[in-house]
Every structure is written in structure tokens, then in C-alpha cells.
Design a protein around this ligand. Structure first.
Ligand code: C2E
Ligand code: MG
Ligand code: MG
Length: 712
């Protein structure tokens, strides 16, 4: 079928018009900005994207130049650009910010300008295509920033793929670990493992990474040179939109310096600075562990409490530096006698505790205890001087029939140590749980007694002394009591023995004197004068400045009346340094302070000494008084003592008068002054007036007093 020329033309027209339409559609659909200018800078066409961003229609733009839209300077610049393109004849690519007047859009564009040349080679215009690359630029800048952080971070950074293979590390990684990029990339971070963490540790770490997507903690890793160091490490998993892990990023810092400092601090907290032995805190820990282990293994733990004998002497005579050096030497020597697993701790001063594990009764410990004592008793050569100490040791065992705590064990061992001291020092004593039963619970530590003193828990009770014949009230003996907040009122037997050889006994003794003087002053204020006798411990009496201290105490009470204070001392403590004590007694006598010899008959009872001591009063020990009713022999001994006292011109006070019977029997022997529960038990000060009223009318004692005086 032939097509007419008319039809042909129509077809051509349609094709052409639809071709142009398509071209125009294409032109407008392109997301790039396209515009066309004539060689002399007049806009010839632009697409819709340009219109949109420019904020004007094509019709409003075409026929105008840049001078119509932007300031002169910029228009000159555009003009120059176009000219350059025209001159070189080839396309030019530029990147620049484009700011549109309308809407204030500011976008970063990449512009390609191409000269348009027609078939005859004539320049007919400049075509510009600009692409918005703002987003890409922004992303690049961010990447650059990240890369900067990555490179300059002080923290080491590792990036691994999802399988854990290292894909990148930063400079800090190399600085900290010593591994270069070549060493690390392609490896697994495992290469840094120190072997110090358990399998369970890594399992927990991976578990946290999988569940929470991150993990953070301290970890020991190894540097390339083999050195193990501590790291603070944070690992995060980088996941895609579906939650699938793409990468792991680990950030770590070297905290070995902090760790080292921390370890030092811990050492200071747990070790004694002088001897470097575990201190009380660490001992408590080790003892707990040893006790738990003994349970598991069915073995025993032995706890040995050591106190050096004569250490104070070394300090006093050679100074603290020598004393310290001696402690260091002895600590080392004693420690060497122990086995691995055993602990030797220093509690402070000259007190040590050894915890011996895997024991089986005292026999299994004996060789070791003996070695410990030998080590403490070995002479130590320090410079020119040879020093000699020894130790008293108390030992106790765990487990016991009753449940027992660690601190009770220590107290038991301490108590046994005290027994060893009493028995003559440089020996050991085993704690006897049986005999302890009655005192358990009342037993108190030195420290607790010190606290009691500070917290004012001690009180003085007063026991009257009377003349049974005249029924005269002649004074009181002050007796210390401990008003223990939990255990109630404790008699001195429960705490004084503990501090007997300790400086603390002096503090307690001085408190008693002050308290008694205060009481005297209080009575004085209300016009009463009741002489008080106070017991003086051995150590207190042996202080070189005992007299000066007493004098100072008296000075603080201006109302002090001579002869209202008497000091009771024991034969044993008086005899330790007879000359010195005699001197004190004389000095005190000048201040109006009298002395009595307490518990007479229980010590050496050497009458020669007694004769020498310028003491006015002797107190007959209660054991004589108690026993004299039992048989005639005791009675004759007492009779003899009383006779001698009269010859020596000493007054006598009988202690422990528990009944009227005692009173009568004593009176028969010519002893009239007495003290005891039969008359009055020790009492708080405010009960004294009521007792005195009763005493004055007590019919029974009135009857006793009526017994005719025996010829003496
Ligand atoms: P002591 O000086 O011989 O005191 C007499 C003790 O006999 C007191 O015991 C007293 O309570 C007790 N007693 C009183 N009447 C009777 C009685 O009829 N029968 C019996 N069986 N005992 C009676 P306490 O108070 O327990 O004191 C015991 C020892 O503790 C005292 O013996 C004394 O040596 C010492 N003591 C007490 N207070 C102090 C003090 O403040 N400092 C010092 N260093 N020692 C003290
Ligand atoms: Mg006494
Ligand atoms: Mg006594």
C-alpha cells in the first residue's frame, strides 16, 4: 500500500512533534539543573529542576542575563566562567556552592559547562549541567572527621568484621600493643590474649555482645613484647537495619598505671608497713579462708597468738629505730619457720598471729610452734648490739565443739598467750576450751577495754570498812567495775588480768585515782570525809614517774585532805623493786597519802621485807579469814600473823568477812577492823548513805560488838 506524500508529511510532523515533546520531558525530568546561555550570556533555556531551585519560571529567565539576577561581581564571575569554556572549546568541571536567591537554598554543586558548537563549527552557546552533591560532601566530611578521630584517638581502636577478623586498627593500637597494622590486620584480636582470663570470662563477654550489643570491662592482655597489661575495653557490635552484626568496634585504653597504683593502695591496706607482713585486715580474711578450707578438708586450723617478751625494754633502752629493726628481723625469722599456705600477720606493736593450716591436733603443731618460739628467742645482732627477746605464744584450734567465729578464735589464742606469759614467758600455752566456758563472753579484748575507758564505761563501787567493835565507819575501798553495755556489770577478774602487763593498765589505774579523788572532792563539798583506798596495779607502781603523776593528780583537787587517800599495793608488786617502792611510799607519805599491803598472806610473806616497807596497814587476805572457821590450824596461823602485826605496829584489816561468825571469830583474835559482804558488799556510791543508816542500827552487829574484848 502506497502512502501519499501528504500522509508522509503528517507522519513526519507527528513524529517530530512527539520527539520534541519527549526531548522536553527528558530535559525537565532530569534531576540535575540544566541551563543554556548564548555566547553573550543571555539565558536561552532551562529545565524544571533549575526553575524549582532558582525560584522562577523559564519564561521569566529566558532573555535575561546573570546581571539581572545576582550582583555584579558574581555575574562577572559567571561570565568569565562561560568565556573560559568558550575559549578552550572543551567541557569544564567545577565544584562550588550555589546559593539561590529565592528560598535561600544553598547547595553544593558539581557543574559541567560545555560549549555548544553547530555543524558549521560556530559557537552557539554554553550548556551548563549542575548536580547537587551536598549530601555526598557532607558524608565525606563526616568520614574525614571519623578518620581523624580514629587516627588521633588516645584509645586503641580495633575494627573487625562479623567473624572477628581485624580489618583496621589505629595508631594508638600500635602504640599500646606494639603490633603494627601489618601484624594485626587479618588476625583475630585473640592474638593479644594474656591467658589470665578464664574461659567463662570470654563466654560472658560474648554473651553480652550478642544480647546487648556491647560489653565493657577490665581485661588483661599481652603486648607484642610479651608484657601483660591491664586494659579498659569497650566492644560494640555494629549492626545493619536487619540487626545483623556487620562489624565489631573495640575501644581500649591502657590502665596499667592506674592498676599499679591500685595494687599499691591495696598492698598498703593489707600489709603492715614495717614488716611487710599481712596486717589485721588481711589476717581476718586469711583466717576465714583457712576456716572454710578446714571444713572442706576435714582438717584443723591452728591459730597462734604471739607476744614478744621484753620488747618494751629494747624500745626503752635502744630507741624505736632499733626496736623497729628488731621487729623486722624477728618477723622475717618467724615467717621462715612457716610452711607455704600458713600466714604470719602482725597485729601491731609486738603482737603477731600465725595461722597454720592442715593441722591435726596439738602434736602436729608442736614442732612448728617450737620453731616459732626459737626464732623469736634467737639473739639478733644489730650493729654493735646483740638483742635478746623471746615470745609467749597461745594457741587454739578450729573447729571446736561449739560454733565459733574467727574473732573469738583470736581472743582464745590471746587468752592462752596470756597464760603462757603468766607461766613464765618464752613458752606456749594451749587454750583450754573447757575451763573457758565460764568466762566466755565476759572475755574482752584489749581494744574493747580501751574503748570502754574512752566511752566512760567503768565505774567505781565502794566497799565500807568498819571497826566491828566500835561499829565506826572508817572508810571505803574503791573497786572498779565495768558497766558493759551488753554483758552487764563485770567484776575486775574479767578484764584486769588482760591488761595487767599492758600500758593500758596504767591508763585504767590513773582513771581510778582521778575518779576516787573526784569522789573525795564531792563528799568534801557536802561536808563529809570518807577515806578512800584505791588499788594500784603492779605496772602502775613501777612507773619511774609514779610519784610525779600522783602529785599532779592531787594538785588538780585543791580540797584534798591528807590521809583521806590510801593506796593498796600487792606484796608481789612491792617486792619487785623494794628500794624504789620504799622511796615512793615515803614520798607519798609526805603528801599525806598512805599505803596498805593488800592480800597479805598470798605472796612471799617475808616478814623481813614487810618490816622494811614503811606501810601502815596490812590487809589480811580473805582466804585466811574464810579458812579460819574450818580448822584450828588456820586459826592459829592467823593468830600468829595478827600478833606479829601488832609487834610491827601495823594496823590490820581483815578482808572477806562474809558472816557474823567471821566477825566474832576475828574479834576473838583481837582483829577489829574488817571489810566483807557480811558487813557490806561493794556498792555504787549513792547507796552508801542508806547502808550507813542500816549499819548504825543493825541489831546483829550490835550484838557482835558487845563481845568482851580479849586480852591481847
Ligand atoms: P582486793 O583489793 O583484795 O578487793 C577485795 C575483793 O574482795 C573485791 O573483789 C571485793 O568485791 C571482794 N569481796 C568483798 N567482800 C567479800 C566477801 O565477803 N567475800 C568474798 N569472797 N569476796 C569479797 P573485786 O571487786 O572483784 O576485786 C578483785 C580484785 O581486783 C581486788 O582485790 C583488787 O586486787 C583488784 N581491783 C579491784 N579494783 C581495782 C582497781 O581499781 N585497780 C586495780 N589495780 N585493781 C583493782
Ligand atoms: Mg584491795
Ligand atoms: Mg585484797
Amino acid at each position: 500500500m502506497a502512502i501519499s506524500s501528504e500522509e508522509m508529511q503528517h507522519l513526519h510532523q507527528r513524529r517530530t512533534s512527539s520527539y520534541e515533546v519527549r526531548l522536553r520531558t527528558l530535559f525537565d525530568t532530569i534531576q540535575d539543573l540544566i541551563w543554556l546561555k548564548s555566547p553573550d550570556g543571555v539565558y536561552m533555556a532551562c529545565n524544571q529542576t533549575f526553575e524549582r531551585l532558582f525560584g522562577a519560571t523559564e519564561a521569566a529567565i529566558v532573555g535575561k542575563t546573570d546581571y539581572d539576577f545576582v550582583d555584579r561581581e558574581l555575574a562577572d564571575f559567571f561570565r568569565e566562567q562561560d568565556r573560559l569554556v568558550s575559549a578552550t572549546g572543551g567541557p569544564r568541571v567545577n565544584e562550588e556552592w550555589m546559593t539561590f536567591v529565592d528560598g535561600g537554598n544553598r547547595i553544593f554543586v558539581e557543574i559541567i559547562k560545555t560549549p555548544m558548537i553547530d555543524a558549521s563549527g560556530e559557537l552557539i552557546g554554553v550548556l551548563s549541567v549542575a548536580r547537587d552533591i551536598t549530601e555526598r560532601k557532607r558524608a565525606e566530611a563526616q568520614l574525614q572527621l571519623a578518620a581523624g578521630v580514629f587516627d588521633h584517638a588516645r584509645e586503641g581502636i580495633i575494627i573487625t568484621d562479623a567473624q572477628g577478623t581485624i580489618v583496621d586498627i589505629n595508631e594508638a593500637f600500635t602504640r599500646i600493643t606494639g603490633y603494627s597494622r601489618e601484624d594485626a590486620v587479618g588476625q583475630n584480636p585473640r592474638l593479644r590474649r594474656s591467658g589470665r582470663q578464664t574461659k567463662a570470662f570470654y563466654e560472658a563477654m560474648w554473651n553480652a555482645l550478642t544480647v546487648q550489643g556491647h560489653w565493657s570491662g577490665e581485661i588483661w592482655n599481652r603486648r607484642k613484647n610479651g608484657e601483660v597489661y591491664a586494659e579498659l575495653l569497650t566492644i560494640s557490635s555494629v549492626r545493619d537495619a536487619q540487626g545483623k552484626t556487620q562489624q565489631y568496634v573495640a575501644l581500649f585504653s591502657d590502665i596499667s598505671a592506674i592498676k599499679k597504683h591500685q595494687i599499691q593502695l591495696e598492698h598498703i591496706a593489707h600489709f603492715d608497713a614495717l614488716t611487710n607482713l599481712p596486717n589485721r585486715l588481711l589476717l581476718a580474711d586469711r583466717l576465714q579462708q583457712a576456716m572454710a578450707q578446714a571444713h572442706r578438708r576435714g582438717q584443723q586450723v591452728a591459730v597462734a597468738y604471739l607476744d614478744l617478751d621484753g620488747f618494751k625494754n629494747v624500745n626503752d633502752h635502744h630507741g624505736h629505730d632499733v626496736g623497729d629493726q628488731l621487729l623486722i628481723n624477728l618477723a622475717t625469722a618467724m615467717k621462715e619457720t612457716l610452711r607455704e599456705g600458713d600466714t604470719l600477720a602482725r597485729l601491731g606493736g609486738d603482737e603477731f598471729v600465725a595461722v597454720l593450716i592442715d593441722r591435726d591436733g596439738i602434736e602436729s603443731c608442736l614442732p612448728m610452734l617450737t620453731r616459732l618460739l626459737d626464732a623469736a628467742a634467737a639473739p639478733v645482732l644489730l650493729g654493735e648490739v646483740v638483742l635478746h627477746c623471746s615470745a609467749s605464744l597461745g594457741v587454739t584450734f578450729y573447729p571446736q565443739a561449739n560454733d565459733i567465729e574467727a574473732d573469738q578464735l583470736l581472743r582464745q589464742a590471746d587468752q592462752a598467750m596470756y597464760q603462757a606469759k603468766l607461766a613464765g614467758k618464752n613458752r606456749y600455752a594451749v587454750f583450754d576450751a573447757e575451763s573457758d566456758h565460764s568466762v566466755r563472753g565476759h572475755y574482752a579484748s584489749l581494744e574493747r577495754i580501751r574503748q570502754a575507758l574512752a566511752a566512760d564505761e567503768f565505774v567505781l563501787y565502794y566497799q565500807p570498812k568498819v571497826n566491828m567493835r566500835t561499829r565506826e565507819f572508817i572508810g571505803v575501798e574503791a573497786l572498779i567495775r565495768w558497766a558493759h553495755p551488753q554483758q552487764g556489770l563485770l567484776a575486775p577478774a574479767h578484764f584486769l588480768p588482760l591488761i595487767e602487763n599492758h600500758k593500758l593498765s596504767i591508763d585504767v589505774g590513773e582513771w581510778v585515782i582521778r575518779q576516787a579523788l573526784q569522789q573525795l572532792a564531792d563528799w568534801q563539798r557536802v561536808g563529809t570525809l570518807i577515806p578512800v583506798s584505791v588499788n594500784i596495779g603492779a605496772m602502775q607502781l613501777q612507773q619511774a614517774d609514779f610519784f610525779e603523776r600522783l602529785q599532779a593528780a592531787l594538785k588538780r583537787f585543791s580540797t584534798f585532805q591528807p590521809y583521806s587517800l590510801q593506796l593498796e599495793i600487792l606484796e608481789t608488786s612491792a617486792l619487785e623493786d623494794l628500794e624504789q617502792v620504799t622511796h615512793f611510799i615515803k614520798q607519798c607519805g609526805e603528801l599525806g597519802v598512805g599505803f596498805a599491803l593488800d592480800d597479805f598472806g598470798t605472796g612471799y610473806s617475808s616478814l623481813t621485807y614487810l618490816k622494811q616497807l614503811p606501810i601502815s596497814t596490812v590487809k589480811i587476805d580473805q582466804s585466811f579469814v574464810r579458812d579460819m572457821l574450818l580448822d584450828r590450824d588456820n586459826r592459829s596461823i592467823l593468830d600468829g600473823i595478827l600478833w606479829i602485826m601488832r609487834q610491827l605496829n601495823r594496823s590490820v584489816v581483815a578482808e572477806g568477812v562474809e558472816t557474823l561468825e567471821h566477825g566474832r571469830a576475828l574479834m576473838d583474835l583481837g582483829c577489829e577492823t574488817a571489810q566483807g559482804c557480811g558487813i557490806a558488799c561493794p556498792m555504787p556510791v549513792d547507796e552508801l548513805p542508806a547502808w550507813l543508816r542500816r549499819w548504825q542500827v543493825d541489831a546483829d552487829w550490835i550484838e557482835v560488838s558487845l563481845v568482851p574484848r580479849t586480852a591481847v
